[in-house]
Design a protein around this ligand. Structure first.
Ligand SMILES: Nc1ncnc2c1ncn2[C@@H]1O[C@H](COP(=O)(O)OP(=O)(O)O)[C@@H](O)[C@H]1O
Ligand SMILES: [Mg+2]
Length: 277
């Protein structure tokens, strides 16, 4: 059975409402956000957000602490729903389907949208079991197929050669940078279309950071990536488009070169030149 067939099986097993999701062409919009507002109780954390995330591009989200970057990222996979006081208005579509609509099952959404966090968070299990976890949850039991998924995912996250002889060892024995690549591999194992990354290198040393940056460049051939970063050089190095958030608003969203060399808004210019933040 090929990996593609495996994925189709996963889709068929989890896609309870039997909707077909059409595949978009490169540079089609994968996530479209229209007039999104979000409140945590009385805190207005996202204000009239309009943002189109293109397929097979890296979209960076930059801005000072507390401006709503993580909140926005977590609306894209509906993690914000875990906070009981959250209220949203507006719309987000994933390939044309409204995701804030409860008829879009969150488990279904998460087979398309994976997430990598600031601190590497492997499970206290073997390297192998970390990767096989998602496919197993989706009902895959066949050892040969699991082996294939584990290898492909670890290769995809540029960590196979470092771990291939120690797959049975606990993932906690890996370095921080290796753990973060393992977490990326774990995301790849569910074969998502979109990978959300929330400051994925902020806990890593410079060498591990560069490895992840190289990896992101590779991954965008097959995936759409949205990356929150505190590091403006990183945004400039690896993203195609950059959104500058300030106080819950998108001040400016453009091609990365334009944001960093010729921004329209004075607040963007002040931020990227280090005058605040
Ligand atoms: N779980 C939460 N409950 C209440 N307020 C929150 C919660 N998470 C974030 N906020 C508030 O929402 C705003 C945006 O936070 P966040 O999205 O984490 O910003 P960033 O990632 O840009 O640092 C901040 O004012 C923050 O205090
Ligand atoms: Mg954050």
């Amino acid at each position: 059975m090929s990996l593609l067939t495996v994925k189709e099986n996963i889709r068929m097993e989890t896609n309870t409402n039997n909707d077909t999701i059409t595949t978009a062409q490169p540079n089609d919009v994968v996530f479209d956000t229209k007039d999104l507002n979000l409140w945590y109780a009385d805190t207005h954390a996202l204000k009239d957000i309009n943002l189109a995330i293109n397929e097979k591009e890296v979209t960076a989200i930059i801005g000072p602490s507390g401006c709503g970057k993580s909140t926005y990222l977590k609306t894209l996979n509906r993690m914000v729903e875990l906070v009981p006081t959250v209220r949203t208005t507006g719309e987000i579509t994933y390939k044309g389907r409204s995701i804030l609509d409860k008829s879009f099952k969150v488990e279904d959404l998460r087979t398309h949208v994976g997430m990598v966090f600031q601190k590497p968070n492997p499970f206290p299990k073997s390297i192998y079991d970390n990767i096989a976890y998602g496919p197993r949850v989706h009902g895959i039991r066949n050892k040969k197929i699991l082996d294939e998924i584990v290898e492909k995912s670890l290769r995809g996250a540029y960590i196979w050669d470092e771990v291939k002889d120690r797959l049975k060892e606990n993932a906690y024995g890996l370095s921080g940078g290796q753990q973060q690549r393992l977490c990326i591999a774990r995301t790849l194992a569910i074969e998502p279309d979109v990978i959300l990354m929330d400051e994925p290198t902020s806990a890593l040393d410079p060498k591990s950071t560069l490895k992840i940056e190289d990896l992101v460049q590779e991954l965008k051939k097959d995936y759409s990536i949205v990356i929150v970063t505190h590091n403006m050089q990183q945004a400039a190095r690896i993203s195609d488009r950059t959104a500058f958030f300030l106080d819950g608003e998108v001040v400016e969203f453009d091609v990365t070169d334009t944001i960093f060399t010729n921004p329209t808004d004075i607040r963007t210019e002040d931020y990227i030149s280090g005058r605040f933040g």
